[in-house]
Design a protein around this ligand. Structure first.
Ligand code: GDG
Length: 462
């Protein structure tokens, strides 16, 4: 168990909310729980743009008191910071790169400068508040160079990093201009955590190509530094999510969906609109189901909930249009006056309603082209009714596929494969559905988000 007396400092792009369960998504809940257990500081961007930006005063909000008090500490950014650091380098270079989409990289040297500048400013501002013994845990691709900047500010504390998105093989990573400099920046961390064995192996391969030598199962000596490089698959609080699915609010959403379905079976997808999620390919997979297995006509509906994310970026607007086109086409060609094959909404749902909608669905369709983990896959399973569960159809390229082997694993690039996966799920006998659900659920409960956090912090707290 980690030493609960060392203060924890979490760094992530967005800070809060400090709630467990409720409305917040996976990352926020995991961080809030970690801080609630041991107290500490949660540091990051306020969400506001101002002229003083990273030079603005650190805004602090203290919750609780004594050793487990939590301080939320935030800084603004300037409009330029946000355009270069966030929209530019983080989302037009690192996001596509890490998702193996080198074709979508839009690299501008000034965005890289902005990225490095924001990392440097945030790190320098935080450094003034770091105490000896504090453990610093940095989240995600926005802050690859954060530890290097802290080291320059003479912070010698343990600093860990966790990447929520995939990490590609060396040949792909090296497409990044000045990739070697980025690798060197990452070596300033003590622990590099990844979602899957595959991602961790890709990092180790990159380090070995630079002369690194493994010193143990998860440790490597490279360019004079000793690091832990390890997979820590992120998880959900499966028990709480299962409870959420049985609450009154969830039941209301479930009943509403079932009324509309009128005895038909529902297939559900839930994703932020993003090209990594394989949404157009998924819609084509559903179309293929209707073509290849016409017995589903009038009997199955596909509900896709796709709230916008980073809506300012053109790529996302284009996907949305494409989805509207495909669903319009499929509904026109296959639908009937009392049957809408695809229902597609960009309206976000409360978390409890989502749980009810998962439960109302015979098939959970999670087919990203590439995904760090994918928490929707885990939520879908956790929300199922134990004695009549639905079936998860899961992309082989979601990190979750490494653990969720009882799902029906499909290739998201093949519409035929998706259609076949859905068809198998729809036809599956109840006993087999229960067997698969039980195996998946047992693993979700054992390896929940608390176990994830503890294993990471144990590695960091050496
Ligand atoms: C990144 C990585 C990794 C979605 N729509 C609604 C809603 N959501 C919630 C889901 C889920 C979360 O958002 C999405 O999490 P994912 O894991 O599926 O995907 P990313 O957002 O891309 O997250 C990913 C994750 O980080 C954690 O490390 O797994 O691979 O890409 O919790 O339920 N929640 C509500 N209404 C919606 O309409 N309330």
């Amino acid at each position: 168990m980690p030493d609960a007396h060392r203060r924890l400092i979490v760094v992530s792009n967005r800070v809060g909310p400090l709630v467990s369960g409720g409305k917040a998504g996976g990352l926020a809940v995991a961080m809030a729980d970690a801080l609630q257990e041991r107290g500490g500081v949660w540091f990051g961007w306020s969400g506001d743009l101002s002229e003083s930006g990273t030079w603005s005063q650190i805004r602090t909000e203290v919750h609780g008191e004594g050793p487990t008090a939590i301080t939320l500490a935030t800084l603004d950014m300037t409009e330029e910071d946000h355009a270069q650091f966030y929209e530019g380098y983080a989302n037009r270079v690192l996001w596509p790169l890490m998702h193996y989409r080198t074709d979508l990289i839009d690299y501008e040297p000034r965005d890289e400068e902005g990225y490095r500048r924001v990392n440097q400013r945030f790190a320098t501002r935080l450094a003034a508040h770091v105490r000896p013994g504090d453990m610093i845990w940095v989240q995600d691709y926005h802050y690859l160079t954060f530890a290097q900047q802290l080291r320059m500010a003479e912070i010698n504390n343990r600093i860990g990093f966790f990447l929520h998105i995939p990490f590609p093989p060396p040949d792909v990573f090296n497409v990044l201009p000045r990739a070697d400099g980025m690798l060197r920046a990452l070596l300033a961390y003590d622990v590099l955590g990844f979602q899957t064995r595959r991602d961790a192996d890709n990092m180790i391969a990159l380090m070995e190509s630079e002369g690194g030598e493994r010193t143990g199962e998860d440790t490597i000596h490279v360019m004079g530094r000793d690091l832990t490089v390890k997979a820590f698959p992120i998880a959900i609080d499966a028990r709480s999510f299962a409870e959420l699915a049985a609450t009154e609010e969830a039941q209301i959403a479930q009943a509403r969906a079932e009324r509309l379905l009128n005895g038909r079976q529902q297939i559900i997808g839930v994703d932020r609109i993003d090209y990594s999620k394989g949404l157009p390919e998924r819609f084509m997979g559903f179309k293929k189901l209707l073509e290849d297995y016409p017995e589903n006509s009038g009997r199955v509906s596909f509900l896709q909930i796709a709230p916008p994310s980073r809506g300012t970026l053109d790529a996302y607007a284009r996907i949305r249009e494409e989805l509207e086109q495909i669903s319009g086409h499929v509904n026109g060609r296959f639908g009937d006056i009392d049957w809408v094959p695809i229902r597609f909404t960009t309206r976000g749902q409360p978390r409890s309603a989502l749980a009810g909608l998962y439960r109302a669905s015979r098939v959970g369709l999670v087919t990203p082209l590439r995904d760090g983990m994918n928490l929707v896959a885990k939520e879908y399973v956790a929300a199922q009714e134990p004695d009549d569960p639905g079936v998860l159809v899961l992309s082989q390229f979601a990190g979750a596929a490494e653990q969720m082997t009882e799902a029906l694993i499909v290739n998201p690039y093949s519409d035929g494969d998706i259609a076949e996966g859905i068809q198998t799920a729809l036809r599956m006998e109840k006993t087999e559905r229960i067997d698969r659900y039980q195996a998946l659920m047992e693993r979700l409960v054992t390896n929940d988000v608390n176990a994830w956090r503890h294993s990471y912090l144990t590695a960091l707290d050496r």
